[in-house]
Design a protein around this ligand. Structure first.
Ligand code: NDP
Length: 487
C-alpha cells in the first residue's frame, strides 16, 4: 500500500482526475517502498491545463507587482512553516539525507519565493527622452511558461522556475521529473492556500511525453528546463518550431583548481562539498579536481581520511550524511563509471563500492569515491557521472591548468583555491564557466545568477537576471508634435 494518497494533476487550483488511465508509481529510492500512485497526464489533461493557465494569466498579468509579491511571500511563509513535512517528503522521494533537506531544500525554495516576491513591485520598463518626443518600454510577461524539472532538487527547482515566472506576471505549467513528483504538487497546493488565482500555477505529471507536449505546444511561450545536455538539445530543437524562449540549466563536469599556496583544509572541504553532497547528484559539482603537484600527496591524504568518515545511511536518520542514489538504474550507471575508471588506469584512493545499509537493502548507496592519477582523456574525467565520484588530476602551472580545465563541452561552474587573490581572479576570468567560486564551492544564494556557458546551458536562474528571461520588452514611441509625412 502506498503511504501517500494518489497524486493527480493540479489544474486550475485543484487536483483533477486524468482523462487517461495510465498510472505510475513513485518509490522511495532507499527502500523501494511505493510512496504514491501518480496519474500520467494525457493530451486532453494538458489541453485543459493550458486553457486554465491562459485564463489564470489574463487575471494574474493585471495585478500589480505588489499584489503578486504579497502572494509569493505568503507562499514562502507557508513553505517555512511546513519545512519538516516537506523535507520529509523530499527525503522519501529523492533518497537525499534528512540533514540536507531540512536545512536547505525547502528553505532555499522559500528564500526564492521571498526574493522574487520582494522585487515583483520593482519590475519596470524605461523612459527615453528624444527631443520633445519620448519613448518608453513596458516590461511585459511572456504568457504561459513551461517548467520542466530534474529529480535531484524537486521542490527547489520548482521554486526557481515558478517564483521569477510568477513575479513577472506569467502563468506556468510545471512538470516535475517522473521519479520525484510529490513536492511540486505540494507547492501548487501551497500557492492556492497563499491566494494565487486558479490556473496561474499548474502541475502536470508524467514522463518525457509530457515534456515533449510542453515544448511543442503553440500555446506555450517559454520552456525552462533543468536536465541533461541531451534533453536540453531536444528541448531547444522542439521549441524552435514555435520559436519559444528557452532557459536551459544542464549538466557539467566542472573543475576545482587547488594551487600549492591554498589553505589545504579549505580546499579539501570544497572538494568534498563539491562532490559528495546529495550523493554527488548535483549539476555544478567540481568533479575534476586539479591539484598542483607539490601539494598533491598531502591533499589526497587529507581528502581520503575525511571522505572515509562520511556517514552513509538511512536517509531519514538525522546522522546520515550521504543517502541513496535516485534509482537502481542510476546506481548501476555510476558503478559502471567506477569500473571504467579502474579499467582505464585511474588509482582508487577510497570508496568505489556499493554500500549496504540495514533496513534499506533495496537502495543504491555508493561510497564516496576518489580516483587519483587521472588523465584528461579518461571516461570518468570527460563524462558527467552525477554520483559520488571525484577525479583528481595533477598539474604544474597556471596556463596549463586553465587550458585543461576549459577542455570540455561543459561550462557550468568552476572553483579556485589559492591565497593569492590576484591569481584567483585572473584564473577565474580565464575559465569558461557561468558560476564560479574563489576559496569555496557550490554556494548558490538566490541573490546571484546561476547558469552555464557552452553546452551547460542558456540563460540564468535566480537574481535580477532571471527577470530578463521571463519578460519581454514592448517599446512605445510617442510623437508629441504633428506628424509630417515625407511624401
Ligand atoms: P533529464 O534530462 O533526464 O530529465 C529532466 C526533465 O526533462 C525530466 O522532467 C524529464 O522527464 C524531462 N524530459 C526528458 N526528455 C524530454 C524531452 N525530450 N522533452 C522534454 N522534456 C524531457 O535529467 P535528470 O532528471 O536525469 O537530471 C539529471 C541531469 O540534470 C544531470 O545532467 C544534471 O547535471 C542536470 N541538472 C542540471 C542542473 C542545473 O541547474 N544546471 C541542476 C540539476 C540537474 P522524465 O524524467 O519524467 O522522463
Amino acid at each position: 500500500m502506498p503511504i501517500l494518497s494518489d497524486i493527480k494533476n493540479y489544474i486550475g487550483g485543484r487536483y483533477v482526475d486524468s482523462a487517461g488511465t495510465e498510472r505510475f508509481e513513485t518509490r522511495n529510492p532507499a527502500t523501494g517502498e511505493v510512496l504514491a500512485i501518480v496519474e500520467q497526464a494525457v493530451a486532453s489533461d494538458l489541453g485543459a491545463a493550458l486553457q486554465s493557465a491562459r485564463a489564470g494569466f489574463s487575471t494574474w498579468r493585471q495585478k500589480t507587482g505588489a499584489e503578486r509579491g504579497r502572494i509569493l511571500r505568503r507562499a514562502a511563509d507557508i513553505l517555512r512553516a511546513r519545512n519538516e513535512e516537506l523535507a520529509r517528503l523530499e527525503v522519501l522521494d529523492t533518497g537525499k539525507p534528512w540533514q540536507e533537506a531540512i536545512a536547505v531544500d525547502v528553505l532555499s525554495g522559500a528564500d526564492c519565493l521571498d526574493y522574487f516576491g520582494g522585487i515583483a513591485a520593482a519590475i519596470h520598463g524605461d523612459h527615453f527622452q528624444l527631443g520633445s518626443n519620448f519613448a518608453y518600454t513596458r516590461r511585459e510577461p511572456l504568457g504561459v511558461c513551461a517548467g520542466i524539472g530534474a529529480w535531484n532538487y524537486p521542490l527547489q527547482i520548482a521554486c526557481w522556475k515558478a517564483a521569477p515566472a510568477l513575479a513577472c506576471g506569467n502563468a506556468m505549467l510545471f512538470k516535475p521529473a517522473e521519479l520525484t513528483p510529490i513536492t511540486a504538487a505540494k507547492l501548487a497546493e501551497i500557492f492556492t492556500e497563499a491566494g494565487l488565482p486558479d490556473g496561474v500555477f499548474n502541475v502536470v505529471q508524467g514522463d518525457a511525453r509530457v515534456g515533449r507536449w510542453l515544448t511543442t505546444s503553440p500555446g506555450i511561450a517559454k520552456v525552462s528546463l533543468t536536465g541533461e545536455v541531451g534533453t536540453g538539445k531536444a528541448v531547444m530543437a522542439a521549441a524552435a518550431d514555435t520559436l519559444k524562449h528557452v532557459t536551459l540549466e544542464l549538466g557539467g563536469k566542472s573543475p576545482i583548481i587547488v594551487f600549492d599556496d591554498a589553505d589545504l583544509d579549505a580546499a579539501v572541504s570544497g572538494a568534498i562539498l563539491g562532490n559528495f553532497y546529495t550523493q554527488g547528484e548535483i549539476c555544478s559539482n567540481g568533479t575534476r579536481v586539479f591539484v598542483q603537484r607539490p601539494v598533491l600527496d598531502e591533499f589526497l591524504d587529507r581528502l581520503a581520511r575525511r571522505a572515509e568518515r562520511i556517514r552513509i545511511g538511512d536517509p531519514m536518520d538525522p546522522e546520515t550524511q550521504m543517502g541513496a542514489l535516485i534509482s537502481e538504474e542510476h546506481g548501476q550507471r555510476v558503478m559502471a563509471y567506477i569500473e571504467a575508471g579502474t579499467r582505464e588506469g585511474a588509482r582508487l584512493v577510497c570508496g568505489g563500492r556499493r554500500a549496504s545499509v540495514q533496513g534499506c537493502e533495496c537502495g543504491w548507496f555508493i561510497e564516496p569515491t576518489v580516483f587519483a592519477d587521472c588523465r584528461d582523456d579518461m571516461t570518468i574525467v570527460r563524462e558527467e557521472i552525477f554520483g559520488p565520484v571525484m577525479t583528481v588530476l595533477a598539474f604544474e602551472g597556471e596556463e596549463e591548468v586553465i587550458a585543461r580545465a576549459n577542455d570540455t563541452i561543459f561550462g557550468l561552474s568552476a572553483g579556485v583555491f589559492t591565497r593569492d587573490l590576484s591569481r584567483g581572479h585572473r584564473v577565474i576570468a580565464a575559465l569558461d564557466a557561468g558560476t564560479c567560486w574563489i576559496n569555496t564551492y557550490n554556494v548558490t544564494p538566490i541573490e546571484i545568477p546561476f547558469g552555464g556557458f557552452k553546452q551547460s546551458g542558456i540563460g540564468r536562474e535566480n537574481s535580477l537576471a532571471a527577470i530578463e528571461h521571463y519578460t519581454q520588452l514592448k517599446t512605445v514611441y510617442v510623437e508629441t508634435g504633428k506628424l509630417a509625412a515625407p511624401y
